[in-house]
Write a protein that binds this ligand. Structure first.
Ligand code: DAH
Length: 360
């Protein structure tokens, strides 16, 4: 009996000290495996007298149970410890604030787009979109620019390739955002109030022209919309965009095929000391084209010109960005020069809104 107690004390101590599952398994085999110490002792029961067997049998069984229970308990304890250790190394504090990367910035064109969108959104204008590869019908015909119209030449259009033998007129890279007017009218009808910002393309390249540039189109249609509404909307826009209290606009009679009457709009400014000041001085700076939507354009959009009328305008985003942020050469916009982007770029986490300030 004494050696059974000794055996028990030793094996239980070894189990308690086992460092991992492999060590536990080795102990199990050595104690209660087929040829384990306890199993061998059980085999000896056969050679014992019935008297001896009566006490030794239950004692050995009890020992075997105790060893098995200790093995299971140690196994659970080891698994728990392993999980704790893993949790400790994979710990991540999700409440830490993000670290803004300092080498990315928002391009001035994107910044100005966001500014323009947020200003017009405050006046109830939604954003409309259209394709950059456009049919010549949307880009020209529907806007009252028939094939023989000189405006088609003035636009220095990029034409897409046609398959040989295909007699249809080729698609074009849209030369302005005005075709989005037609698409929006067709899809949503009247009344409407939208702007359409996006890329446009013309074959032109110098200090103030690049073959791809950005425009924002405006379109508002209702039963009694007039030039007065146009003037107010544009004044509000300029005041908000240039972040000044007062602006003065000058409407100059002009001609666009898609508006009648048409006006080019100039903004009072001063260039004293080479610096632009909006709302003061004696200079005038042309900023956009506009007018009342031509009845034929309404018709092309599926809208009854007897019932509806509206205004439209189109302005160049890149030039607005140059003016507002003092950028001298348009071509640098598209050079992807990191030094330029760092200098003229904007913080990536700040979203321009009219109420919080557009260009902090
Ligand atoms: N589409 C004209 C252009 O690209 C700009 C423009 C002028 C748009 C007058 C308009 C408008 O909607 O009414 O030069």
């Amino acid at each position: 009996m004494d050696d059974l107690n000794e055996l028990k004390t030793r094996i239980l101590a070894e189990i308690a000290a086992a460092r991992d599952e492999a060590a536990l398994e080795a102990l199990r085999v050595a104690a209660v495996g087929k040829k384990g110490e306890v199993s061998l002792k059980m085999r000896e029961l056969g050679k014992m007298s019935p008297e001896e067997r009566k006490t030794a049998g239950p004692a050995l069984n009890a020992l075997k149970d105790e060893i098995n229970a200790a093995l299971a308990a140690r196994k659970t304890a080891l698994a728990d410890a392993a999980l704790e250790a893993r949790l400790a190394t994979e710990w991540l504090d999700v409440t830490l604030p993000g670290r803004p990367r300092r080498d990315g910035s928002v391009h001035p064109v994107s910044q100005v787009m966001e500014e323009v969108i947020s200003i017009f959104a405050d006046m109830g204008f939604a954003v409309a979109e259209g394709p950059q590869i456009e049919s010549d019908w949307y880009n020209f015909d529907a806007l009252n620019i028939p094939p023989e119209h000189p405006a088609r030449q003035e636009h220095d259009t990029f034409f897409m390739n046609r398959a040989e033998g295909d007699a249809r007129p080729p698609h074009v890279l849209r030369t302005h955002t005005s075709p989005v007017q037609i698409r929006h009218m067709q899809a949503h009808g009247a009344p409407c109030r939208v702007i359409a910002p996006g890329r446009v393309y013309r074959m032109d390249m110098d200090q103030t022209h690049t073959p791809m540039f950005h425009q924002v189109e405006g379109l508002a249609i209702g039963e009694d919309i007039s030039m007065a509404n146009l003037k107010w909307v544009l004044e509000e826009f300029c005041r908000a965009f240039f972040e000044v209290d007062e602006v003065e606009l000058r409407f100059r009679a002009s001609h666009f095929p898609f508006t009648e009457p048409s006006a080019e709009v100039d903004l009072r400014c001063s260039w004293e000391g080479g610096q632009l000041r909006v709302g003061e001085g004696d200079d005038w700076m042309e900023i956009l084209g506009s007018g009342m939507v031509h009845p034929r354009v309404l018709e092309a959009g599926g809208i009854d010109p007897e019932k509806w009328q509206g205004f439209a305008f189109g302005l160049g985003i890149d030039r607005l960005a140059m003016l507002k942020y003092g950028i001298p050469d348009l071509r640098a916009f598209f050079d992807s020069d990191l030094r330029w982007l760092r200098h003229y770029g904007f913080a990536s986490l700040e979203v321009p809104t009219v109420h919080a300030g557009l260009s902090r």
